[in-house]
Design a protein around this ligand. Structure first.
Ligand SMILES: *Cc1c(COP(=O)(O)O)cnc(C)c1O
Length: 369
């Protein structure tokens, strides 16, 4: 297998220049808000070990993750940027977070008590303003705020922030959530709290609704150069996709008309053609639902995926075009380079770009470009 362009058998090429440029564009767009860069789920599949240091160096004020395990891994990797983790199991230990200087997002009275018991935790109160997931339930809000104020007075915790998360359903629904959030902030103040960081908006609202930015915004998908919703034109903003998923053609075969292709023969060749084997499958995050629906680029030429995408491999029909073992195949990347986007694959698999990049599996090395 040729290694001349440096692309391995399979790899996700991570364009750190694009990441840094996206960060700078987004920071400018939301100024003067503080920016939390969201790097949960291994930086949306891009590799937190590559992405988090680049964002820290670019000046991200905060990094956000879902679990404490993710936050602790970042600290272990030497990341010293302020960190917030907001989703916890019923028995997650909070003391390691306190020791590592990680803020704990608190969604219940139970979590508040456990954070206080861990000793002088810095917490940010997560309020459910209408998403109905985690976040302090409306009925528990008064009790949590009162208890948090008492624990802060006794020096057992520090309430640094208050936040919530939007459903991105419609402008009307988001405005309703914003009202609930503002009411919750007022209630927290009335209870004697004075959280310095109020935050509500993720990528979509940060870009589309300036009044939703409060003190800080939490930006995830935009950093990776993908849209939060179809309404956000990321390319017009100058954002570029950070991930390019690519591989080397593993086999090439000339086949006659009527040849059954891959499991279940969901595709049969209509005429004599050339098939190329791509060594990536659903174990690597290539969605099986995109079987016979997506396209790849080989030597810059679009070729359709034919037949079922299997665990480790799939076939494309290169027709009469040239393809050799070792040629570079791009599944998704930057449309400006002629590649399909993660959004194109999402459309082929009836999902969203977030899921396409986040599911790239552990067999695929993330290689910084
Ligand atoms: C994932 C997440 C974000 C980032 O959302 P994007 O749409 O990727 O910008 C922000 N806040 C919370 C609470 C999240 O879970």
């Amino acid at each position: 297998m040729s290694q001349d362009t440096g692309v391995a058998f399979r790899q996700a090429t991570i364009d750190l220049d694009a990441l840094r440029s996206n960060f700078a564009i987004l920071r400018e767009a939301v100024a003067p808000s503080v920016v939390m860069a969201v790097v949960k789920a291994d930086a949306y599949g891009h590799g937190a070990a590559l992405v988090a240091p680049a964002l820290a160096e670019s000046g991200a004020d905060w990094l956000g993750v879902a679990d404490l395990g993710e936050a602790l891994a970042l600290r272990a990797a030497g990341i010293t940027t302020p960190l917030l983790a907001w989703l916890h199991g019923p028995s997650t230990a909070f003391a390691p977070a306190v020791d590592a200087g990680i803020d704990i997002g608190v969604s219940s009275l139970d979590q508040l008590e456990r954070a206080a018991a861990a000793g002088r935790a810095a917490v940010q109160l997560k309020v459910d303003s209408g998403l109905s997931r985690n976040g302090i339930a409306p009925a528990e809000r008064a009790a949590v705020f009162e208890r948090a104020a008492a624990l802060q007075r006794s020096g057992d915790i520090r309430v640094r922030g208050i936040f919530s998360h939007l459903s991105n359903t419609s402008a009307v629904d988001d405005a309703r959530q914003k009202q609930v959030f503002e009411r919750a902030v007022a209630e927290a103040r009335a209870a004697g709290l004075d959280p310095e960081l109020r935050h509500l908006a993720s990528t979509q609202a940060s870009l589309e609704q300036p009044s939703f930015r409060f003190d800080m915004v939490r930006i995830g998908i935009g950093l990776y150069g993908l849209p939060a919703a179809n309404s956000v034109d990321v390319a017009a903003l100058g954002l570029r996709p950070v991930m390019q998923l690519e591989a080397r053609v593993a086999a090439v075969r000339r086949v006659p008309a009527g040849t059954g292709v891959s499991y279940g023969y969901t595709h049969r060749t209509e005429h004599e053609t050339t098939l190329a084997l791509v060594p990536l499958g659903y174990a690597d995050g290539v969605p099986r639902a995109a079987s016979s629906r997506a396209e790849v680029s080989i030597n810059g030429r679009r070729c359709p995926v034919v037949g079922r995408i299997a665990m480790d491999q799939f076939l494309v029909d290169v027709g009469e075009g040239a393809a050799r073992v070792g040629d570079r195949v791009v599944l998704w990347g930057d449309p400006a380079d002629g590649a399909q986007s993660a959004e194109d694959w999402a459309a082929a698999a009836d999902t969203i770009g977030y899921e396409i990049v986040t599911r790239v599996g552990p067999r695929v090395p993330r290689v910084a470009r």
